[in-house]
Design a binder for this molecule. Structure first.
Ligand SMILES: Cc1cc2nc3c(=O)[nH]c(=O)nc-3n(C[C@H](O)[C@H](O)[C@H](O)COP(=O)(O)OP(=O)(O)OC[C@H]3O[C@@H](n4cnc5c(N)ncnc54)[C@H](O)[C@@H]3O)c2cc1C
Length: 239
């Protein structure tokens, strides 16, 4: 297998055109390749500046999970910190987690930030939403969003080999005259994402959310949503 490290977008497009498969840290693909055979060419984005940004409103697809620190909003930082083990986080990338894994712990965090994805095709680079990235397994260069007023993330503890633990992400955004609260929940392998008008009273906000698909969650999940929403609303109130 030839592993290529493009240093520009046009070079990455050439690699794509020549059939190079994107990889991050290969934490997921390695076992599959050993079983099924290696591709002729693979491409890592780790030398590509456009895939390595990290800041309050941007995160590159080639950034390693352990590098996701307090430069990004709390919701993303906490999400990355809860993925797998320290060894996995030192090797796995943002792109591999969001596009390539089944658990996708970063996805609820990206959804509540309203993140837009920058993707690369052989002849163009463009912005789209995460739903399209996942449906088409597009080559992700990075995520951008508008910094939230406050955000938070919680992953319940799960049993090894059991179902994926519940994840709740929440963020308050200032939009024009008002504020909006976004909440995303990973329940099993399904991710629900809803939003409602911000209010200082958590009961009013939770009542509004109960009229969405989040109202269909079981009691334990609804309690986790209640706690996370209450905490994020409280932190947003003084800002
Ligand atoms: C022990 C262990 C525990 C784990 N626990 C968790 C957990 O708690 N939560 C969780 O969410 N995940 C968990 N994972 C999965 C982990 O997040 C993934 O292994 C990791 O995110 C994959 O990243 P990678 O960079 O190694 O991807 P790779 O293995 O390199 O690639 C995986 C797939 O993603 C594709 N890909 C990679 N980069 C891109 C890109 N930029 N654009 C498009 N496609 C791309 C590849 O083509 C490939 O199909 C765990 C994994 C292990 C091994």
């Amino acid at each position: 297998m030839l592993l290529r490290f493009p240093t520009s977008v046009s070079e990455a497009q050439t690699c794509m055109a020549e059939g190079a498969v994107p990889i991050g840290g290969a934490t997921l693909v390695w076992a599959t390749w050993q079983r099924d055979g290696f591709p002729e060419q693979a491409m890592s984005l780790r030398e590509l500046p456009e895939a390595n940004g990290i800041g309050s409103e941007t995160l590159g697809a080639a950034v390693l999970l352990h590098q996701v620190d307090d430069r990004v909003p709390e919701v993303l930082r906490r999400a990355a910190a809860t993925v797998g083990t320290g060894a996995v986080r030192r090797t796995a990338t943002v792109g591999g987690n969001i596009v390539g894994s089944t658990l996708r712990c970063l996805l609820p965090a990206a959804l509540v930030l309203g993140a837009r994805a920058t993707v690369l095709e052989e002849d163009r680079s463009y912005q789209t939403d995460l739903a399209e990235v996942l449906a088409k397994r597009l080559l992700l260069l990075g995520l951008t969003w508008r910094a939230p007023v406050a955000s938070g993330y919680r992953k319940l503890s799960g049993e090894a080999g059991g179902p994926p633990p519940l994840v709740v992400a929440a963020a308050v955004h200032a939009d024009g005259a008002g504020r909006t609260l976004r909440v995303a929940v990973r329940d099993g392998y399904e991710v629900l994402s809803e939003s409602t008008a911000w209010d200082t009273d958590p009961d009013r906000v939770l009542h509004a959310l109960s009229g969405t698909d989040l109202g269909g969650l079981d009691a334990e999940a609804r309690e986790a949503v209640r706690e996370q929403v209450t905490e994020v609303l409280a932190r947003s109130a003084g800002r």
